[in-house]
Design a protein around this ligand. Structure first.
Ligand code: PMP
Length: 453
């Protein structure tokens, strides 16, 4: 008799699942081979890679996505939360077609720019003025620029483990941690950027306030997600954002909420849930209705720096800024994003999270779902992580196995980090199907751990 350890069982099961996955997707395999010859690692978006290769998509409708080998999956990724209504509904298709027929970009403003700005400002009253950009990354870059222009200061403070886009200033202390909160740049980011970026531990009021008191007076802004996304879908604890708000005001620096991810949680964004008003907010994802977009805005006196009638206006260009395709689709998305729709998908998310956690406990599988409302994440372990550092240093081998098991059950989540979200395209029956896929996959996972598979 051979005695195997749980670790060996997990590795053997993972290898077998990856092999079966690869063998049943010859068309994706062939595309990936071609991709390797022209794209580094075959890829333009790091998080989309998973071994042996990602499936290539041929079409998507509602909450289902179909790959080039004919497998259809329930889509829990929704392009990393941006497709809050799933893949185009007839109303959205009509809007997109009408806009395309009227022109895709003009090099001149279109009415829809004013309409979407008004709609966002109505939903989120802190957005007294707003400007559009092409991505969440750009939105954060320019919100920081606005804060620097307003305060005349250079440094930035951010929460450890927060993903606030791909630019240098925010690629510090993302997944490389240090105990002395000295900022650690990610690969390729210059040290001098890190020297001007200070980290604070999310949800630790005392330590965060101490950082803001120490370096706030030379910082332009504190940049923070009300619910940390990349770090593990970790909501701010009660009182945390209020304390950060107060400390930022005390230090004379601005508070920037990165709501690129969290705007889907409430019609007024997470700031409405927490009742904390930032000076500036960065938006992206869903406000483009499935097309590339970003927006930043907030206090009129801060945003006035971007008024082109101003003699010293900074150059904020962008060939595709406020492009009518993204904004027309975004406006239609907003029309469909009613308070009732938000409540419904948040309830779906709460229900799924409870189901996963109850099943995991019952089956004795060390996997746990975190998140809030329609946003969910999977972690190895039996307790929800209490910090970014906790989440990002956990062994993810069980969620990774679950990823392949769920694909076999026809459910697609965001790679081994288990990113999931609910969309309004889902109905009760779809959610029941997802729950049952989790029950089956967690049961199979339990058998793997016992060495019976
Ligand atoms: N901030 C947050 C909180 C995000 O989740 C993201 C994207 N995942 C970004 C910024 C960057 O947005 P984009 O990918 O559109 O550049």
């Amino acid at each position: 008799m051979t005695i195997t350890t749980a670790k060996e069982n997990i590795t053997a099961a993972r290898d077998a699942l990856q092999k079966a996955y690869g063998a049943t997707r010859p068309n994706s395999a062939a595309l990936y081979e071609r991709a390797l010859a022209v794209l580094p690692g075959g890829n333009s978006r790091t998080q989309l890679y998973f071994p042996p290769f990602p499936f290539y998509v041929s079409s998507a409708v509602g909450c289902r996505i179909t790959d080039v080998d004919g497998h259809t999956y329930l889509d829990l990724v929704s392009n990393y939360t941006s497709l809050v209504h799933g893949h185009p509904t007839p109303d959205l298709l009509a809007t997109i077609s009408a806009q395309a027929a009227a022109g895709t970009a003009y090099g001149a403003p279109a009415p829809v720019e004013v309409e979407l700005a008004e709609e966002l400002s109505r939903r989120m009253p802190s957005l007294e003025r707003v400007r559009f950009a092409n991505s969440g990354t750009e939105a954060v870059i320019y919100a920081c620029r606005a804060a620097r222009l307003f305060t005349g200061r250079t440094d930035l403070i951010r929460a450890e483990g927060g993903y606030d886009g791909g630019h240098d200033g925010m690629q510090v202390g993302l997944k490389t941690f240090s105990d002395d909160v000295a900022s650690l740049p990610e690969a390729g980011v210059p040290d001098w950027v890190a020297e001007h970026t200070h980290l604070m531990p999310f949800n630790d009021i005392e330590a965060s306030v101490a950082v803001i008191e120490r370096v706030g007076p030379r910082s332009a802004a504190v940049v923070i997600e009300p619910v940390q996304g990349y770090a593990g879908h970790l909501p701010a604890a009660p009182g945390y954002l209020d304390a950060v708000r107060e400390a930022a005001t005390g230090a004379g620096c601005l508070l920037i909420f990165d709501e690129v991810l969290t705007f889907r949680l409430h019609v007024g964004g997470a700031q409405a849930i927490y009742g904390v008003t930032p000076d500036l907010t960065a938006l992206g994802k869903l406000i483009g209705g499935g097309f590339p977009v970003g927006a930043f805005g907030g206090r009129a006196d801060v945003m006035a720096a971007f008024d082109p009638r101003h003699p010293a206006v900074p150059f904020h260009g962008g060939t595709f800024n406020a492009n009518p395709m993204s904004l027309a689709a975004g406006l239609e998305y907003m029309r469909q994003l009613t308070p009732e729709a938000v409540t419904r998908i948040n309830a779906f998310g709460d229900e799924l999270r409870d189901h996963i956690n109850a099943q995991a406990v019952q089956l004795g599988v060390a996997v746990v779902a975190s998140g809030i409302g329609s946003l969910l994440r999977l972690h190895g372990g039996s307790t929800v992580p209490d910090s970014a550092r906790d989440a990002l240093t956990r062994d993810q081998s069980l969620p990774e196995l679950l990823y392949y098991l769920l694909l076999e059950e026809g459910v697609f989540m965001g790679t081994k980090r288990g990113v999931m979200c609910m969309s309004t395209a889902m109905g009760e029956a779809d959610v029941a199907e997802i729950r049952s896929a989790f029950t089956k996959s967690l049961t199979r996972l339990a058998t793997v751990l016992e060495g019976d598979s």
